[in-house]
Design a protein around this ligand. Structure first.
Ligand code: MN
Length: 191
């Protein structure tokens, strides 16, 4: 399968000031494009040549896993934003958050802590486990909840390339602002 950049549901400047156009141009336009190009080259002649992205993430390792993971992770990441985002989830996802964490505010606190304290490059995830329960995961590098049999729901990228242009070393400030552009309509559908 030849992979392509996912189409963004917004213009590159639309998430400002939370994420600048410059960061979208670099992070989506350059970093994600590189993962796509790399994976398309790496899978030629392998068992993964015609596989979908989830299958590759579940079954591969090494360079193929790293690039496939980053394509899936960034697709979930970039498609969950809107300049009209923020607020809080509704429906079944809201119920599951309240059951697991007590309140949306408490969930945000615990999730933010996970994202801020993740050492090095990686991803903070909200995922649904095999019992339908929500879990917060800290994954290094290209890690995705799929490899643990869980469904990814919400993705925060804490690689420095996600925030360094706009926030320099202030990861916590970036994480705090990201909540304001989460499109919960998109995230609720993943649950
Ligand atoms: Mn990234």
């Amino acid at each position: 399968m030849k992979f392509e950049l996912p189409k963004l549901p917004y213009q590159a400047n639309e998430l400002e000031p939370v994420i600048s156009k410059q960061t979208i141009d670099l992070h989506y336009g350059k970093h994600l494009q590189t993962y796509v190009n790399n994976l398309n080259s790496l899978i030629v002649g392998t068992a993964f040549e015609h596989a979908d992205i989830e299958t590759i993430v579940r079954q591969s390792e090494g360079g193929i896993f790293n690039n496939a993971g980053q394509i899936l992770n960034h697709t979930l990441y970039f498609l969950q934003f809107s300049h009209q985002g923020g607020d809080a989830p509704k429906g079944a996802l809201a119920d599951a958050i309240n059951t697991k964490f007590g309140s949306f505010g408490e969930f945000k606190k615990v999730f933010t802590e996970a994202a801020v304290t993740l050492f090095g490059s990686g991803w903070a995830w909200l995922a649904k486990d095999e019992n339908g329960e929500l879990q917060i995961l800290k994954e290094s590098n290209a890690g995705n909840p799929l490899t643990k049999g869980m469904k990814p729901i919400l993705a925060f990228d804490v690689w420095e390339h996600a925030y360094y242009v706009d926030y320099q070393n202030r990861r916590a400030e970036h994480i705090e602002k990201i909540w304001n552009i989460i499109d919960w309509n998109v995230v609720e559908k993943r649950f």
